[in-house]
Design a protein around this ligand. Structure first.
Ligand code: ACO
Length: 325
């Protein structure tokens, strides 16, 4: 059975762009090294007054406008972030208030870079039960606030931003036709044994501090290619399609080399992979909805297309969803 449909998308980026050359003035790195090893050319970095909630609210407003809906039409908000404005309450509740939504629950999901996949699958499941009709699913991050700006092995990799989609419940009165729009299949995974490969070295209950991101990059890279190819195969099988049926892959934008290696393992040509890592760097939970919005708005992703979302992040957590537009 087809799940809920994506009826709108939006995104938001901080005003300030920071180039690789600007970072090279701060740490021992170079534009050439960053482009060659990651594909990143620039990233947006939040300024004073820009937070995860303000970026999420701007992306949500754009998604509502794109869907032709008002805040009052939304009765569920699921926001994926690892960089909330406050330890509590959930950033989703700040967004709810800023939008003027009053209906239904609003909560955060924490799965770091795969947060959007976790949020999308959670919202799709809640919509399927009939407990809500229209959800805002948001990925929003300000990773610049948890980076160690002296550590060249991590600070060059990340950026800030937000992306959002409006998800509408399958219509019980007019059930989806075969081949019609909607979520076709989703899979989520986690492996807590890999905690130490990618984590933040602080938190309210352990150190009473916010902490900084720490990562063993090459090891994360190896796990990413293996885990992502495996979950993509699972979803392709669940949806009973073949890899060649997929029109677009919208991957988590961690590193151009991971995107290329994963697509190659499935035999999917480069032209079908949406790449924004060059402009946005890794925006964690925001990266998939941001890239999706870019490719929808520039006309690449169209009604009827088969779109695969995939991501892996700290935890480890990883997942994929196949959606007919
Ligand atoms: N500038 C210049 N040199 C650098 C930099 C830098 N910014 N960073 C590292 N180097 C050096 C290293 O010190 C090392 O030098 P050495 O050979 O003298 O020891 C050399 O470059 C090679 O370093 P590696 O770490 O082996 O480089 P690699 O090719 O593996 O690239 C990278 C590193 C980009 C981090 C890569 O491993 C990667 O992308 N990993 C995956 C990251 C990822 O996917 N994260 C996703 C999840 S993120 C999340 O969930 C929040």
């Amino acid at each position: 059975m087809t799940g809920s449909r994506i009826v709108g998308s939006g995104s938001a980026l901080p005003q300030r762009i920071v180039t690789n050359n600007e970072l090279a003035e701060r740490v021992d790195t170079s534009d050439e090294w960053i482009i060659e090893r990651t594909g990143i050319r620039q990233r947006h970095i939040a300024g004073a007054g820009e937070t995860t909630a303000t970026l999420a609210t701007a992306a949500a407003r754009a998604a509502l406008a794109d869907a032709g809906l008002k805040a009052g039409d939304i009765d569920l908000i699921v926001l994926a972030t690892a960089t909330p404005d406050n330890t509590f309450p959930a950033t989703a509740t700040k967004v709810q208030h800023a939008l003027g939504c009053k209906n239904g629950p609003a909560f955060d999901v924490g799965a770091v870079c795969s947060g959007f996949l976790y949020a999308l699958t959670t919202a799709d499941s809640l919509l399927a039960t009939g407990s809500a009709n229209r959800a805002l699913v948001i990925g929003a991050e300000t990773f610049s606030r948890i980076l160690d700006w002296e550590d060249r092995t991590t600070c060059v990799l990340f950026g800030d931003g937000a992306g959002a989609v409006v998800l509408e419940a399958p219509d019980a009165a007019n059930p989806a036709k075969a081949g019609g729009p909607g979520v076709l299949a989703s899979r989520l995974h986690a492996d807590g044994a890999q905690h130490d490969l990618l984590y933040v070295d602080g938190g309210p209950s352990s150190t009473q501090t916010v902490g900084h991101l720490r990562m063993k990059g090459p090891e994360v890279f190896r796990h990413a290619v293996v885990n992502l190819s495996s979950v993509l195969k699972e979803v392709i099988e669940d949806a009973d399609v073949s890899a060649s049926d997929i029109d677009w892959i919208v991957p988590h934008q961690a590193n151009k080399r991971i995107l290329d290696a994963t697509a190659r393992k499935l035999g999917i040509p480069d032209e079908k992979v949406v790449v924004t890592v060059d402009k946005h760097a890794n925006t964690s939970a925001a990266s998939v909805p941001l890239a999706f919005d870019v490719a929808r708005k520039d006309g690449r992703i169209k009604a009827g297309d088969l779109v695969m979302f995939e991501a892996m992040g700290g935890g480890f957590t990883w997942g994929a969803s196949l959606v007919r537009m």
